[in-house]
Design a protein around this ligand. Structure first.
Ligand code: IMP
Ligand code: MG
Length: 173
């Protein structure tokens, strides 16, 4: 496997997180946010983001997977579900990357059935080119082309999540 030089550096990442957290803090003024992280991919972004939000935040997680190696299976499996009561809450879903949109769309619909007061979606990366299911994203960190990236929570076969930057992953041929 080959990991190239940073595609997004730690500095670029941290600046973007601060920018997103500012926007979110202003938009939710006077409200309490229930932030739901989609694991595992969002764990680093999620913890950076909630740390910088200036409003009260409660947190919960969903562990879900839809991805085998570098192609989407189109199926979403929930391994761990939200424990918080969602009814009447201002829910913010936090994800690492939206690719086909299949996972997030499925999880969003699932949360909507539990009647939140409001529901918004924040994804650190957006690979619009690959979209299969249309989904509205309220907050996006970076629009990226159709490349497979790892680091800052994102993996290839569960590796490279710990990189403090984002790099393009290329399989050795
Ligand atoms: P989707 O259902 O196709 O939108 O897939 C979303 C999930 O696939 C993300 O939350 C990631 O876990 C994973 N994924 C999509 N693209 C990448 C990538 O470039 N690198 C690592 N994981 C990815
Ligand atoms: Mg994910």
């Amino acid at each position: 496997m080959i990991i190239g030089k940073p595609f997004l550096t730690t500095d670029q990442i941290q600046n973007k997180v601060a920018e997103l957290a500012d926007r979110i803090s202003r938009d939710y003024l006077g409200k309490e946010i229930l932030a739901i992280g989609i694991l595992k991919g969002s764990f680093m972004f999620f913890s950076d983001l909630v740390r910088s939000i200036q409003q009260p935040v409660t947190i919960d997680f969903i562990v879900a997977s839809s991805y085998i190696k570098t192609t989407s299976t189109g199926e979403v499996k929930v391994h761990y579900d939200i424990k918080e009561d969602i009814k009447g809450k201002d829910v913010l879903i936090v994800d690492d990357i939206v690719d086909t949109g299949i996972s997030l769309n499925y999880l969003r619909e699932r949360i909507l059935t539990q009647s939140p007061q409001s529901l918004k979606v924040c994804s650190f990366l957006n690979k619009k080119e690959r979209r299969i299911v249309d989904i509205d994203l309220d907050y996006v960190g970076f629009e990226i082309p159709n490349v497979f990236v790892v680091g800052y929570g994102l993996d290839y076969e569960n590796q490279f999540r710990n990189l403090p930057y984002i790099a393009i992953f290329k399989k050795k041929t």
